[in-house]
Ligand binder design. Structure first.
Ligand code: COA
Length: 331
């Protein structure tokens, strides 16, 4: 066991499929319009995997980039956590597939499913392992292939989601930097609002899918919308209180990207300008647990954040689950 230390971000990377599906493409697939999608969601396009390509391939590339950014070798990684709600297989886990392909021969590996909140849940696990000195390097890969579970005939959902992966290597950082606090929560009684059946499907699930026994994503969009705006405010306020900080101390919020109106609604409740809330939703749509690590990678490469800045990361989604964290940028 090493001595205790702060846990922070050492490297970041992301990867997307090449294929772009625009709102205009969707107009040819379901009864929708570019105007409706842009106005109601903020999404212009999303990236989609070819049918014969498994989603973990995106995670492999994102993970390699994060390790190269950190200048850490794959063999040095102690633990890989892949956050996903769209694993290629139930077993082997996506984390084992990625572990093997990047050559992280000494790493333990497991998948974590907290839907769109997965990255924050993963961070809270990494923080415990690194702070305690038990592990030095923990790689979290948010890796999703939503296109494989979306019902491409359902206009209520198919316009919202996309595929992508974001990876972050966590490790020891100097005193005063890194993860300051994390908060995670769940309300299982609301889980019925977003479902993707897997090994079991109930009569209610079949009814929601128009009487068809299909294992596709179904969602009560307006219920989730109301939940998301409230929980973003609650979770952000909770981590600020826990850290003894105020919104004035925060440079940027990097939230889960589901709908621009959710982000604007939460900004209003938090009494902050919209430009304090990072968004890349127009390019990728909702990529579930990949959206926060991808958002961090984009914000960092666009030089919006620099060393010493305090960030709030906040996620919400299926389960229903939520989570938030405050991190002092150390790169
Ligand atoms: N194109 C055109 N019309 C559409 C449409 C589409 N792609 N999808 C839905 N509509 C229609 C509906 O059928 C409905 O028509 P009706 O009034 O004739 O029944 C109308 O638009 C309004 O539907 P409503 O559900 O009230 O829209 P909304 O403003 O709530 O927006 C969502 C719908 C799904 C975009 C929005 O609720 C949302 O983003 N929810 C949260 C999604 C989310 O975050 N999910 C993941 C959680 S991590």
């Amino acid at each position: 066991m090493n001595k205790t230390c702060n846990c922070g971000i050492l490297g970041l990377g992301s990867c997307f499929p090449k294929k772009v599906l625009t709102n205009h493409d969707l107009e040819k697939m379901v009864d929708t319009s570019n105007e409706w999608i842009t106005k109601r969601t903020g999404i212009s396009e999303r990236r989609i995997l070819d049918e014969d390509v498994p989603a973990h391939k995106l995670g492999v590339e994102a993970a390699k980039k994060a390790l190269a950014d950190a200048k850490v070798e794959p063999e040095e990684v102690d633990l890989i956590i892949v956050t996903t709600e769209t694993p290629d297989y139930l077993t082997p886990s996506m984390s084992c597939l990625i572990q093997s392909e990047i050559g992280a021969t000494k790493a333990a590996a497991f998948d974590l499913n907290a839907a769109c909140s997965g990255f924050i849940y993963g961070m809270s696990v990494a923080n415990q392992f690194i702070r305690s000195g038990f592990y030095k390097y923990v790689l979290i890969v948010g890796c999703e292939g939503l296109s494989k579970v979306v019902d491409w005939k359902d206009r209520n959902t198919c316009v919202l989601f996309g595929d992508g992966a974001g990876a972050v290597l966590f490790g020891p950082v100097e005193e005063g930097c890194g993860i300051i606090t994390t908060y995670t929560g769940a309300a299982g009684e609301l889980g019925k609002n977003i479902t993707i059946p897997c090994c079991y499907i109930s009569p209610e699930d079949i009814e929601a899918r128009g009487g068809e026994n299909k294992r596709t994503l179904w969602m009560d969009g307006s219920e989730v919308f109301k939940f998301a705006v409230k929980i973003m405010e609650h979770a952000s306020t909770k981590v600020l209180d826990d850290a003894g900080l105020t919104m004035d101390d925060i440079k940027l919020i990097v939230p889960h990207q589901a709908n621009i109106r959710i982000l604007e609604g939460a900004a209003k409740r938090l009494n902050i300008p919209n430009d304090k809330v990072f968004s890349n939703l127009h390019r990728y749509g909702n990529i579930s647990s990949a959206s926060i690590p991808v958002g961090l990678t984009d914000a960092y490469s666009q030089k919006i954040i620099s060393k010493g800045d305090n960030l709030i990361l906040v996620g919400f989604g299926g389960g229903l689950t939520w989570g938030a964290a405050i991190i002092r940028w150390n790169k």
